[in-house]
Design a protein around this ligand. Sequence first.
Ligand SMILES: [Zn+2]
Length: 119
Amino acid sequence: MSPVRRCSRTACGRPAVATLTYVYADSTAVLGPLATYAEPHCYDLCAAHSERLTAPRGWEVLRLAPDPTTLGPSSDDLEALADAVREAARPAAPPADGGREPVEVGRRGHLRMLRDPEA
Ligand SMILES: [Zn+2]
């Protein structure tokens, strides 16, 4: 029997649902499913703190597919993100009217990634 894992944030005693790992070599904070066992540089986070996670300046946050038994982003979200990345990788078609409307290069749910055509 293992003790219940708790969020590592100060004054937060909620059960942990995800593990944050700092990959110093890549300046990337990886948020993934709860690790099987605690490791150095790993921090367990509850659902609320996982959602509100922000990377330190100059760092990127990489969110991995969650364990389906825990609450978190659905696989639909991850699929939409993958689609958006694929779309962004394609060359954007030039605007037909030559206007200055931002070119939509990707979409994830209600969020759109926009690229300024003048940039
Ligand atoms: Zn927490």
